[in-house]
Design a protein around this ligand. Structure first.
Ligand code: ZN
Length: 238
């Protein structure tokens, strides 16, 4: 079977395939937004491409992890009953509620948004991620700081654009509110990663060594984080 315009799947990631040219060698590239492209000769077999792609799995995860950024896949949300919002890896249905209480709350698995707050929109939900997230992060930051022998000055939850987290030399560690949608093991990876930066500013061997010593499965988490980024909402409305 020859390959026309097509896509392949790898671990839930979509790889667009472009055929043409004269090169016999297939070529895989990763865009800035983390999307994968495969260029191949027109007469190459699909099975051969799939095999090639699978052989690149390690490289793909490494590259995606290096980007260490949220992928701009534009997950959009609507402020309607039933819309799903992730928190710590679990999806919670939004419920617009008539209540005097003007606070976003997670109750019995539902994310309750008072009707009065539903109009101006997402700020209140994002605000909820920030407050709930900070409460969740604080004790864990303490644990990881102890394990990494660092003393963070301040932990914050903020909007960090396309970064999961940041750390400043002054000791301020910030975690993107969108990170709070990921499962706990991945949020803790981001947290531990940023805390490690308080000792090693750059991603050199010493940095990875410190992080791995404190978190032996950090490599695995790093790869998962790269793949999970696609499902994270960054505050974009429908
Ligand atoms: Zn880093």
């Amino acid at each position: 079977m020859s390959v026309a315009a097509m896509t392949l799947q790898l671990d839930g990631m979509t790889v667009s395939v472009e055929t043409g040219g004269t090169s016999r060698k297939a070529k895989l590239t990763i865009d800035r937004d983390g999307s994968l492209q495969l260029k191949a000769a027109p007469d190459i077999e699909q099975a051969e491409l799939e095999h090639f792609l699978a052989s690149k799995r390690g490289w793909i995860y490494r590259k995606l992890a290096e980007k260490q950024s949220l992928r701009q896949e534009s997950v959009v949300k609507e402020l309607v009953d039933g819309e799903g919002f992730l928190y710590l890896g679990r999806s919670h249905q939004l419920r617009i509620v008539d209540t005097e209480d003007h606070r976003v709350r997670l109750q019995r698995g539902k994310l309750n948004l008072p009707r009065a707050l539903a109009e101006p929109g997402y700020d209140h939900l994002i605000g909820w991620y920030r407050t709930a997230g900070l409460t969740w992060l604080k004790p864990r930051a303490k644990d990881w700081a102890k394990r990494l022998h660092v003393v963070p000055l301040q932990i914050e939850v903020a909007d960090l654009g396309n970064k999961w987290g940041s750390a400043s030399p002054s000791g301020r560690v910030r975690i993107h509110w969108a990170t709070m949608q990921l499962r706990p093991a991945l949020v803790e990876y981001v947290l531990a990663h940023e805390l490690t930066h308080l000792r090693e500013a750059h991603h050199g061997p010493a940095f990875w060594q410190l992080l791995t010593r404190a978190m032996p499965d950090s490599d695995q988490r790093k790869s998962e984080l790269a793949a999970a980024g696609a499902h994270v909402w960054q505050g974009k409305s429908a």
